[in-house]
Design a protein. Structure first.
Length: 331
């Protein structure tokens, strides 16, 4: 299933691990890379020593390429410099566009992947020098940049920036989804929610249980979870935090039920209601009511597996899905 994008970034399979903050570490990124896809680690919130340590740990687990994700809602110049000094060859930029950072990454020899939410944004990103466009559909879990669903977004972006490769994000959770976005013209799928059920993901067991139980209708989209990231629209699993806020008439920040209260704790400190944080395995308390990110593909996610098996299952499912689509069409 290789293609020019895969060849450009040095992978074998058109699968990119979404850089889910708090859930993706060196083990998961390396496992996806060793299985033939592209691992991507989120380091946009770490101090420079941790950035270097995480890159080194990932490199210690795989000889394959991997990307580092940097969130442009915060200054990233110093982290980018650290990544380049550590020899990272692929930089993923999210939540805004910065031509100077793209230029600096290029001078450091890195390929730049830029996430967008529209065809016009994609054009501007390519003009700024982006090498790969990530088209993030509205179905995506976690923080969502745009407002357009994956199905109409991907072909519009492909048409706008061809021959620049496009990676499709949002709603892809199995081989059928991969086949669909490839048919739309994407070069790969950017997959997050499915990999939350990878054994290597660093999330709380109760979070996994909630994912396995959820249907495609069980997500909430909005800015309710904002402590630590104000005004950042996100998609999460619905829970009592969301329900209590809705019952109260959706009051603004400062007037929300239980605001400021700690509902769980970790060795590093307490976790507050409405906080933008992923519950780790060592968290204790009301895990259900924390921010549990998930995309609308969550209804297709049920089993806990090693990441390599997830990659294999997605790829093996894509071929039959494409064949079925072709053979089921009446002449």
């Amino acid at each position: 299933m290789t293609n020019p994008f895969c060849q450009r970034v040095g992978i074998e399979l058109p699968i990119v691990l979404a850089p889910m903050g708090g859930a993706v570490g060196p083990e998961l990124a390396a496992a996806v890379g060793n299985a033939g896809g592209l691992g991507c680690i989120p380091l946009w919130y770490d101090d420079l020593a941790t950035v270097r340590r995480q890159i080194g740990a990932t490199r210690g687990l795989t000889s394959r390429p991997f990307a580092v994700n940097l969130n442009l809602n915060w200054p990233q110049e110093e982290r980018l410099e650290a990544c380049l000094e550590e020899g990272v060859g692929i930089i993923s930029l999210f939540w805004g566009l910065s031509a100077p950072l793209i230029e600096r990454a290029h001078r450091g020899g890195a390929i730049v992947m830029q996430t967008v939410g529209s065809a016009e944004e994609a054009r501007r990103a390519v003009e700024a020098g982006a090498d790969v466009i990530v088209a993030q559909g509205f179905e995506a879990g976690g923080h969502v940049w745009g407002q357009v669903a994956t199905l109409p977004l991907v072909p519009a972006v492909v048409d706008a920036v061809a021959p620049v490769p496009v990676v499709a994000a949002g709603g892809v959770a199995d081989g059928r989804g991969l086949a669909a976005v490839l048919a739309l013209g994407a070069s790969a799928a950017w997959i997050g929610t499915r990999f939350l059920m990878a054994r290597e993901a660093t999330i709380h067991p109760r979070y996994r249980e909630r994912l396995a139980e959820a249907a495609e209708t069980d997500t909430y989209y909005g800015t309710l979870y904002d402590v630590g990231w104000p005004d950042g629209p996100n998609r999460t699993l619905r829970n009592e935090t969301v329900a209590a806020w809705e019952r109260a008439g959706r009051p603004p920040p400062g007037q929300r039920p239980g605001e400021g209260g700690e509902i769980a704790e970790t060795p590093e400190g307490g976790l507050v209601r409405y906080g933008v944080v992923t519950p780790q395995p060592d968290a204790v308390g009301d895990i259900d009511d924390l921010m549990l990110c998930a995309g609308q593909g969550v209804g297709l996610v049920h089993s806990l597996q090693p990441a390599a098996e997830i990659v294999r299952d997605i790829v093996e499912g894509a071929g039959p899905a494409l064949c079925h689509a072709l053979t089921s069409v009446e002449p």
